[in-house]
Structure formats: structure tokens, C-alpha cells
Design a protein around this ligand. Structure first.
Ligand SMILES: Cc1ncc(COP(=O)(O)O)c(C=O)c1O
Ligand SMILES: N[C@@H](CCOP(=O)(O)O)C(=O)O
Length: 420
């Protein structure tokens, strides 16, 4: 199956294990999935995808959460906390304000460690066990490290995380620390941390669990299945557009893969696939640049900055999978400034949906595109919110109102609130 929406299903090659194999998206090289540890193509270093001889049909899905979709995953079950089955909130005031036909918020912050990374880790750590690796590792802007630490702990495995010093939100460091990951703070940004983890993995020192690992994206693919099923159950149709924040571009790639598999299985038509619409912070927007300039490759931004530290990424490693995802689905990409992100965080909070800044980028991006007439008023839209408000308490304090000091008496409180 190539990276196009109308690619046919493939017969299993001789290297396949139970109908599952790894395939390079650049040169088509095919590899056995579990014979040895590999993250990229042995021949050309291109990105790998997990491929299946039998893509899934809707009636093969049963149960709840990520493992509901085991027919589309390499195993029947994983190292689970459990994950997935997140809410698809209605936000009527925000919908009215932004001006689209339907607006739902898929809140991935409601996963066990508070972000979508858990969906990837339940599969990735299961594969690590299968491969019999020793030490698990990742580079992280925070959420990947929190999830890896928790799932590594669950599996009883050693974990090592590399974080950009001073650039990771407090809640995330606290999670990695308490779940007993060994935390190294690197004097460099996230992309530099990932370069080092890739080197360590190539030397056989660690098993890499960033989204470069194709099995991680298999778990994240279930976000796409879940949105489509829930939206169809509520409205009898699929959403026109899914708007999501983009950092390393794993989710964009994973959702596109979910859609391709469903189309290949005849479970949905190519023209029903939602338009994948990526949003980046203006200070870290290499994917937006590539889309706007029509480039097939993404230029690495060496200096990136944004309050949305989760997406403070200048070298999205999944770009070769994600760019076709945006283009093939008829989507687009847009950059938003930090003020718009904070405003969107407040908008969501007013509807009771608490998210971290990177997550709010999706809503900020939708608003900007709608105001520019690049999203139509009659569209049905799902915005993905990727992490929980408590991940970044400092950002929440800054975006919210200040506590008001008051004297220790009922009279003082009544007086303060202006009660009669
Ligand atoms: C909260 C949050 N939102 C969005 C992203 C971006 O996701 P992706 O790397 O899949 O583009 C990340 C991490 O990269 C994240 O932690
Ligand atoms: N936001 C991410 C950055 C790493 O992304 P990954 O999906 O490649 O692990 C994080 O939480 O660290």
C-alpha cells in the first residue's frame, strides 16, 4: 500500500509474521516485524510502516479503548493501563462563536497519563517485550516521557528519558520522576535530544519509543478509528475535517494511516476521509512552511520557541508520512501565535474542557482558518486536544484569573463578593 488513499491491499510477503510486516515508505523494502530491532529502513534509512495483509472492517472491532481495534494492530493485547475511549465533547458556545456546522473536541488529555502518547505506548512497550529489549528510551518535550515512564513501570522495564533542560512543563517532569524513569536534562532542544536517542538506539544501548518507532503510531492510529466511529454513531456521517496540533507529526501520520486502511478494506470511501488540518505554533512551524511553499521536504528549524512547549519542535521526523496525509486528504496547515493559543485554552476551559497549551492550538488554528474563509461554515469539524490542563500548571495559572486574598470571616467574604 503506497501513501495514497486509493492504494490497494497487498499480499503478505514472505517476511511477514502472521500477515504483519514492516515496509519502507521510501524504497518499498520489506522486513520481518519482530526478528530484530529496527526503526528505519536497513537499505535507505527511510521511515517504516507496519503493514497488514488484511486491513480491518468495522465489524471486526469490539470492546473499548485502543485494544478494541486489535484487528488492526499487531497483537491482541498490550501493556495496558487502559487507554483510549476518550470523550468527544460537544462545545456549543465555541461552535457558535467559531461558526461551523458541528464542532466536537476529542480530548486525548483524558488518557491514563493525560495525553495521547498512552495509545502509542500500550503497543510500543508490548513490542519491546516481544523483542526482549533491555532499556527503553525517548527524547521528549514532556508527554512522551511521562507515558513511557508509566508504561515502562507497568511492564517492569528500565526507562531513560532525555529532556530539553528548562523547557518541559512541571507536571510532565513530575510524572516521569515518580514513575521512576532516569531523567537526563540536555543542554539543547528536543530535536537535539532525539538525535542523541537515535544514536543510542543505533548503538544498541536503548529501544527507542519516540514516534519514529512505527509500532507507536499503530496505537495512535486508533484515535482516527475512534473519532470516525463515534461521529458516525452520533450523526450517521463522518466529520469533514480533523484539526490537530503538530509537533513531530506522528498523529497526522497515524490518522492518515487509519484512513488509508479503512479505505483499502472498503470500510469507507476515499471521498469520505476527513481533511487533515495541522496547526503549529508560529515559532515552531516547519510543517506549515513546507505546506505553504509546496515542498516535499521539511526544512529543520534550529531555533524554535513557543509557550506551547509540547510542540516546540523544529525537525518533525514523521514529515515524509504526514505531508502526504495533509495533501492527499485535501487538508492544510496553519501557524498560530502564542496569544491565540492561550485564548483558545480559555475558550475550551469555559466549556469545561481543560487542556494544555499545545492542545489548544487546534482550536486556535480552526478559528484562524474559519476567519480567513479557508474552512467553510457548513463543515463538521473535530478538533483534537492532545494533553490535559494539569500537565502545565504554570501555563494554566497564567491563562486563568488570580486568586483573591480575603480575610478569615464570613462577613469579609460576603463583603468581598458584593453580596447584600
Ligand atoms: C500535548 C501534545 N500535543 C501535540 C503534540 C504533537 O503531536 P505530534 O508529534 O504527533 O505531531 C505533542 C507531542 O509532540 C504533545 O505532547
Ligand atoms: N510532544 C512530544 C515530542 C516527542 O514526540 P514523539 O511523538 O515523537 O514521541 C513529547 O511529548 O515528548
Amino acid at each position: 500500500m503506497s501513501l495514497s488513499l486509493d492504494a490497494p491491499t497487498q499480499d503478505a510477503p514472505s517476511v511477514a509474521d502472521d500477515g504483519v510486516w514492516l515496509e519502507c515508505i521510501a524504497c518499498g523494502g520489506q522486513f520481518a516485524p519482530f526478528d530484530e530491532v529496527r526503526f528505519t529502513c536497513d537499505d535507505c534509512d527511510g521511515l517504516l510502516e507496519v503493514r497488514y495483509a488484511d486491513p480491518p472492517a468495522w465489524d471486526e472491532f469490539s470492546g473499548e479503548g485502543v485494544w478494541r481495534y486489535s484487528a488492526a494492530l499487531p497483537f491482541e493485547e498490550g501493556v495496558s493501563l487502559p487507554e483510549g475511549h476518550t470523550p468527544l465533547h460537544e462545545v456549543p458556545r465555541l461552535r457558535e462563536d467559531v461558526g461551523v456546522n458541528r464542532l466536537r473536541i476529542k480530548h486525548e488529555g483524558m488518557n491514563p497519563t493525560g495525553s495521547f502518547k498512552d495509545r502509542g505506548m500500550t503497543v510500543g512497550v508490548r513490542v519491546a517485550r516481544e523483542l526482549g529489549v533491555g532499556r527503553l528510551a525517548c527524547a521528549s518535550t514532556g508527554n512522551t516521557s511521562a507515558a513511557l515512564a508509566a508504561y515502562g513501570a507497568r511492564a517492569g522495564m528500565e526507562t531513560l528519558v532525555l529532556l530539553p533542560a528548562g523547557k518541559v512543563a512541571a507536571g510532565k517532569v513530575a510524572q516521569a520522576s515518580l514513575h521512576d524513569a532516569r531523567i537526563l536534562e540536555v543542554d539543547g532542544n528536543f530535536d537535539a535530544c532525539l538525535d542523541i536517542v537515535q544514536d543510542l538506539a543505533n548503538r544498541g544501548e536503548v529501544y527507542l519509543l519516540n514516534s519514529l518507532n512505527p509500532f507507536r503510531l499503530e496505537g495512535q492510529k486508533t484515535i482516527g478509528f475512534e473519532i470516525l466511529e463515534e461521529f458516525r454513531d452520533d450523526y450517521g456521517t463522518f466529520p469533514d475535517r480533523i484539526v490537530l496540533p503538530v509537533g513531530n507529526a506522528g498523529n497526522t501520520s497515524a490518522l492518515f494511516k487509519a484512513f488509508r486502511e479503512l479505505v483499502a478494506a472498503g470500510a469507507m470511501d476515499a471521498d469520505e476521509v476527513p481533511k487533515l488540518t495541522g496547526v503549529q505554533a508560529a515559532g515552531a512551524a516547519p510543517m506549515v512552511e513546507a505546506i505553504e511553499e509546496g515542498n516535499d521536504e521539511v526544512r529543520r528549524w534550529e531555533n524554535v520557541e513557543t509557550r506551547a512547549t509540547a510542540i516546540r519542535i523544529g525537525n518533525p521526523v514523521n514529515a515524509p508520512k504526514a505531508l502526504p496525509g495533509i495533501r492527499e486528504t485535501g487538508g492544510t496547515a496553519v501557524a498560530v501565535d502564542d496569544e491565540a493559543i492561550t485564548e483558545a485554552q480559555r475558550d475550551l476551559a469555559r466549556e469545561g474542557v481543560g487542556v494544555e497549551p499545545a492542545s489548544a492550538a487546534s482550536v486556535a488554528g480552526l478559528r484562524k482558518l474559519r476567519e480567513a474563509g479557508r474552512v467553510d461554515a457548513d463543515e463538521d469539524v473535530v478538533c483534537l486536544t492532545t494533553g490535559h490542563l494539569l500537565k502545565d500548571p504554570d501555563a494554566a495559572y497564567e491563562a486563568g484569573g488570580d486568586p483573591e486574598p480575603v480575610a478569615n470571616s464570613t462577613e469579609a467574604v460576603l463583603d468581598h463578593i458584593g453580596a447584600q
